[in-house]
Design a binder for this molecule. Sequence first.
Ligand code: PRT
Ligand code: ZN
Length: 285
Amino acid sequence: MEKLRIAIQKSGRLSEKSLALLEECDISFNQGKRLLLAQSSDFPVEVLFLRDDDIPQYVADGVADIGIVGENEVLERNRNVDLVKRLGFAKCRISLAIPQDEEYPGPQYFNGKRIATSYPVILQNYLNEQGVNAEIEQISGSVEIAPSIGLAQAIFDIVSSGGTLVSNRLKEVEIVTHSEAVIVGTPGLSAAKQKILNDLLFRIETVQRSKGNKYILLNAPNDKLEKIIELLPGIKSPTVMPLYQEGWSSLHSVVNEKEFWAVADRLKANGAEGILAIPIEKMIN
Ligand code: PRT
Ligand code: ZN
């Protein structure tokens, strides 16, 4: 039977979350990470563990059908892959940074300067767009120390909290692009593989949807029910069940995590009691 081959990062910032995402979709792998290629027994997929730098190429070549990788690598490698889905984790920005005590008048600051980076392609595109002429020093790691050792006057690197820049006495002056983990795919997958991919995407969307929501249960006096039901956003309309104690009902519904505290306050103010919020594992609309 045909299988969908998924490339994920072998070890690094994306590995754990990539595997966790598959596990939440009830796709598990018995052999673990020691093997280059792991099989799933419960879904027609296999996982190929690679360095993240190589994932765009493997997917473009069709050695892997899809891959989970940072958008920054997709932009940098510039291979022929389809962007299938944004995953919302490993969010970061790729920015230009200069020594803290330098004045920054704008992108023309970089004219004639040397910039250290592991992302020369993305940087060169940006410099071209801005009409800036700078020298790019390509290095593969510890980019942030380049200015202090005299290798470059500026850096172009991934920034997340900004802590690394601060501890190297640098300041972020231009955010060139944002990045997050994405699924990329080989263009023109076979119908059988596309079907497996669609099933996988359906599972991922189900998991992502449920993550933002809580199942909520509460008790309310019957004469307040109408008002309380108005307050519950719910999927369609809440379930209402009579309690043993006369004149009271139990309500079940779904509330978005972001609205939970505001909704709970209004529910309480309107006579709701015994409010419970429970995580939802799977939610299919
Ligand atoms: O070995 P392999 O080549 O597979 O891994 P790698 O070392 O190239 O990549 P890895 O595991 O470090 O990162 C994988 C992906 O995670 C990146 O390509 C990004 O898409 C994403 N990501 C998200 C990050 C960060 N956040 C991040 N903060 N990648 C790197 N960093 C580093 C950054 O390089 C800098 O040194 O963290 C530092 C900055 O962090 P803050 O929080 O101090 O600003
Ligand atoms: Zn890498």
